[in-house]
Ligand binder design. Sequence first.
Ligand code: ADP
Ligand code: MG
Length: 683
Amino acid sequence: MQKGTIGVTTDNIFPIIKKFLYSDHEIFLREVVSNAVDATQKLKTLSSVGEFKGELGTLDVRVTIDKEAGTLTISDRGVGMTADEIDRYINQIAFSGAEEFVEKYKNDANAIIGHFGLGFYSTFMVSKKVEIRTLSFREGAKAVQWSCDGTPSFEMTEIEKADRGTDIILYIDDENKEFLESARVETLLRKYCRFLPVPIIFGKEQEWKDGKYVDTDTDKVINDLTPAWTRKPTDLTDDDYREFYREICPGADEPLFWIHLNVDYPFNLTGILYFPKIKSNLDLNRYKIQLYCNQVYVTDSVEGVVPDFLMLLQGVIDSPDIPLNVSRSYLQSDANVKKISTYITKKVADRLQEIFNNDRKQFEEKWNDIKLFIEYGMLSDEKFYERAAKFALLQDTDNKFFTFEEYKNMIAGEQTDKDGNLIYLYATDKTAQYSYIEAATARGYDVLLMDGQLDSHYIGMLEQKFEKCRFVRVDSDVIDNLIRKENNREVTLTAQEREAMTTVFKSQIPAIEKSEFMVMFEALGETSAPVMITQSEYMRRMKEMAAVQPGMSFYGELPDTFNLIVNTDHPLCKQVLADTDAACADAVAPILSQLDGVNAEIARLNNARKDKKEDEIPVADKEALRSAENEAADLRKKQEGVYSDYAQNNNLVKQLIDLALLSNNMLRGEALSRFVKRSFDML
Ligand code: ADP
Ligand code: MG
């Protein structure tokens, strides 16, 4: 028998393993099972190159629980180890700067295990004693037993062992009894080992007999040895891909598309990514991309490895080149990982381009399900934008789809304004903005539908990317101004008429919560609507941004500002103007002449103080100016009073305003019922 001390430079690694690695205890099972699989695979390789000439026999890995003995045993029929090899691979572990590192990553068992190559030693997280019983495949090798009770000293003795391979026997400690429960162990095996390439056997298949489940003679194999991603794409049918999806995402809807990743230079990566059909936000976090390393499950947090915008995809990535056992921040700065992320982005773009080229109809049908990914990708990744710009679609309110290029060519003729800007008209709500969409299409314009979650950001980006273009929402101005062409008609109102009409209309707009109206005049021709409501593109975007960005709450608190556009060409508006003038002229005339006098006085006083400093102006003059200004304000108010009193009884004005509100879906509640009643009265 040999006794010795495990070769660590720190006094004792076991307290460290036990003390610090409290979070991820369960991964010890992954580590021992994958060691068993490695040993098995090595033997297969040696056999295939002729270095091992014996019988391979069955090469299962068996996991067994002995509750009485309190042990969990992992047995394989792989290469085994000689005493010499145990000494080299188990006893001598390089372990410098340990404490410092462990302190830093104490919550991340993966990082520690990876850093020190401590896969095997992770068993001490859950065991008070560990035994290795092993017989090497080498001719004439002697079986050995190594055992260690959680101190740095171990014992090694020769033993009798009939069969080649290794048993790792874990004497589970009192705090970790859960790992002696077969349900718990099976769950873990299914989590970490379900796609390992060597059969992992845990207990027996069961059958229903005489009112209960009983074991059959058949071994229960936990894993699928050749999961779809490890097979050649040419050997797989669509059904195979769908079936694999059901295996990893049980209960999810059929995936929309999938992408088989397969690269071996400059790094090794395989996998299958699925575009899921997302029904609600609840689905978003249900299944994630799982990361494997040679078919061993590692994690489902793939930040860094997969670009952010593809985190919503599902499926599997397998790469021995991703440094799995390191911390997240390291992962994100690793050059290899960056390359992998870039590669995945490119593959996803290529695949989408391929579907677009081969089956545009299918692509269009699924566009609304995938557009979130694509828009997010284009917003967040310049390279992806460049690729996706060739297949990203724009959908119009007529449900037709166009590429950027196709759309640009289609609207270039009609929708270029007098300055040569291409105007992209869009709607965010087909129902609410119906009348504007209709007016625009009647004019020969096309209107895009931009009702997606990211569309307001997306529009901002497209405006930057496309040359000489602007996106304008259909209801942001009257049709003539949406796309300004040459020779728009002039509004021919005098200042006095403007004032009169402004007051007449403004005074009759019903109060709408958090909304303000500005009365504006446009000469839009006799056939356009007499009164319309628009909202400036600029103000609306500011408010939309304020809603999602902190620090811009100033805009968010402002009321919505709408424009009430009065079409001065329309006969009804002309009539309002004429009626107002006829009805109010007598009452307004004396006010106006008084106002003229006061204004002249104000002008005189202002003129007198023009070149004087504040303290050189006589107090009396200051007083006079203030009172003249007050008087002017009063007169204007009086004048407004005349107009609004008149408008109060002008049903035509009220009706025109209400109709405009109505077609904008803004006439509600009391205002709506007053409108209905007034309409009946007028009939
Ligand atoms: P790693 O697997 O990263 O090499 P481990 O700590 O998990 O690190 O294992 C250390 C070494 O012990 C392995 O490289 C292998 O040589 C040996 N080993 C562990 N388990 C077995 C086993 N079941 N059969 C044969 N050799 C094993
Ligand atoms: Mg290992």
